[in-house]
Design a protein around this ligand. Structure first.
Ligand SMILES: [Zn+2]
Length: 184
């Protein structure tokens, strides 16, 4: 009996050491990068700022409302910025208009849109700026379109058997020490 216990402990030690080795040999697989859907590039918007963020109503000339927005393009490159304007009058009618222009790098260009509306006593408007975009290398996969992912159930779950074995080993060693103390 006393010779069997050290043997059992030795087997447990070997077993528990073997588990992490098996875990480390998990196969790695190339998987499609979800950040760029495998294309290797992502769309990046030009950086810009709207200087008069309320927009400017140029005036109501006959039945037209003209909204003008100043945009500063911080990029070195030119780009086509779009602006979509929505005007609502006091009768609940909605008017949409849009325009676009080419803005040189780091300069201010006023975009304006003119919308034909029936002259209303009260109206409000809002607008969206659609900056140009360019394709840049996906930072998640460095442009390869694929990322290495671990196969199987994932590292967390596969590490648990190793942990359990270590816990059992500690419990067995403790039990043996208590057993030996009692038999002295
Ligand atoms: Zn990617």
């Amino acid at each position: 009996m006393k010779k069997l216990l050290p043997m059992g402990i030795a087997l447990l030690v070997i077993f528990s050491l073997a588990i992490p080795v098996v875990s480390a040999e998990k196969t790695m697989a190339e998987e499609t990068c979800l950040n760029c859907n495998g294309s290797g590039t992502i769309e990046e918007e030009y950086s810009y700022t709207v200087l008069d963020d309320e927009g400017v109503v140029r005036g109501i000339i006959s039945k037209r409302i003209e909204v003008s927005v100043s945009i500063r393009n911080y990029e070195e490159e030119q780009g086509i910025y779009g602006i979509d304007v929505t005007v609502n009058d006091d009768e609940g009618n909605t008017y949409m208009g849009s325009t676009q222009d080419i803005i040189p790098g780091n300069s201010i260009v006023k975009l304006s849109v003119t919308i034909d509306v029936e002259r209303a006593d009260d109206y409000w408007y809002e607008y969206d700026v659609n900056p140009p975009t360019r394709d840049v290398m996906c930072p998640h996969c460095d442009g390869s379109g694929t990322v290495e992912e671990e196969d199987g159930n994932g590292g967390g779950i596969q590490d648990i058997p190793g942990f359990t074995t270590m816990f059992l080993l500690v419990a067995v060693v403790t039990a043996v020490l208590i057993y030996r103390k009692k038999n002295r």
